[in-house]
Design a binder for this molecule. Structure first.
Ligand SMILES: *Cc1c(COP(=O)(O)O)cnc(C)c1O
Length: 375
């Protein structure tokens, strides 16, 4: 079989480097390595062995398949789900011993019902709205919130072992204020849930940005995802971007000055221009919003994406790159030579967070591995 015309390449050594760097930064705070969305598109099958070799003993998942896959590969540590789940998922996840995220009373009742069905209590982390995300946390600012925590504490199948929250913003002050509110409200939560939970609740709210920017947000566990893959806006020790998006030049043509280029004629050539077709498009997760805005690397130098591009092709202007030939490698994300298309570059071009792009690439494109072999 020939390789696809577009692919992602995962550098497992970069992930190992990032895991070590993050753990050094965290000091004594335990790490929950988040591998949701198939390890942010990087592939749980590639990432888990790196985590296990590093001795990471807690992972965060969303889908059951990630939890079952981790158990199949011999992971014996804790598996924490980082979103509220459906009842069928909860019942099915019990076989992998997943700790559930209790997202309010109605969701906790589903966990309770699942516990009855499987015949044992389920360990849960109770989400509170201390940070103001207002997504799935119980709000202690309202009288009903306190009653809800009482009610959750009384559910026989629900065993609260943790209290958690999630930050809405990657902003230092916002995180610091949210962490302080979480410190106060998490203590209160333990009381409201009932006595047997009071002394033992594990407190956690930090993500990559929070944990690496505001140490006071770390509490008893840091749930870190993006930084492990080298994608964070936190100012931290050098992390390495683990993912590259690649393709190759399929066609090269020259068009006279004044030619309109691509769908809707959004680009007009100012001079005779040499344009190259790269066979990857929005159906491959290279979102259409990047058309006319992103840059790629070819021959180690930047070239602009000029068209409002197509389902399976983008056009780049290589007029200033006379050496480029059909078949040459094109890097749409990551390094080539001494330059790199960074996640920040892609965010500027797309107006979206980079994870919105690369999690889709992980689903849509073939993956190749780099590193990981003993040298
Ligand atoms: C994804 C997620 C994390 C990890 O966030 P990063 O910014 O990728 O480190 C932590 N907690 C929850 C609830 C999440 O959904």
């Amino acid at each position: 079989m020939i390789p696809g015309p577009g692919w992602i390449e995962i550098d497992v050594d970069a992930i190992a480097h990032n895991v070590a760097t993050v753990r050094r930064e965290l000091g004594t705070t335990p790490l929950c390595a988040v591998v949701k969305a198939d390890a942010y598109g990087h592939g749980v099958d590639l990432v888990l062995p790196v985590l296990m070799a590093a001795g990471v003993d807690t992972i965060g998942v969303t889908a059951n398949e990630e939890a079952h896959g981790a158990r199949r590969r011999g992971f014996r540590g804790r598996i924490l789900r980082v979103r509220p789940a459906l009842r069928e998922e909860i019942e099915d996840a019990a076989a992998a011993d997943v700790e559930e995220w209790a997202g309010g009373l109605a969701n906790a009742r589903e966990i309770d019902a699942a516990a009855r069905a499987i015949g044992r209590r389920i360990r849960v982390h109770v989400s509170i709205n201390a940070t103001g995300l207002s997504r799935d946390g119980v709000d202690l600012g309202a009288a009903s919130g306190r009653e809800e925590l009482n009610a959750i504490g009384a559910l026989p199948g629900v065993h609260p072992i943790g209290v958690c929250a999630h930050f809405p913003c990657e902003d230092e002050r916002d995180v610091a204020e949210g962490a302080e509110a979480f410190r106060i409200q998490s203590a209160h939560t333990a009381e409201l849930l009932g006595t047997d939970a009071t002394d033992a609740l594990e407190r956690h709210c930090a993500t990559s940005f929070a944990a690496l920017t505001v140490p006071a947000s770390r509490f008893d566990l840091a749930r870190v995802g993006a930084a492990l893959y080298g994608d964070t806006s936190a100012r931290t020790g050098p992390l390495k971007q683990a993912l590259r998006l690649l393709s190759r030049v399929a066609a090269i043509n020259v068009y006279p000055a004044g030619s309109t280029v691509g769908y809707d004629r959004t680009h007009t050539t100012a001079r005779a221009s040499r344009l190259a077709v790269v066979p990857i498009g929005y159906a491959d997760g290279f979102h259409r919003v990047l058309g006319g805005r992103a840059e790629v690397l070819v021959g180690g130098r930047r070239a602009p994406v000029v068209d409002r591009h197509a389902m399976n092709t983008v056009l780049i202007d290589i007029t200033d790159h006379p050496a480029v030939r059909v078949g040459d490698e094109v890097v749409l994300a990551g390094a080539q030579g001494s330059d790199a298309i960074t996640m920040r570059d892609l965010e500027h071009a797309s107006g979206q967070i980079a994870a919105d792009l690369y999690t889709a690439w992980g689903r849509l494109l073939p993956r190749r591995v780099r590193g990981g072999e003993p040298s």
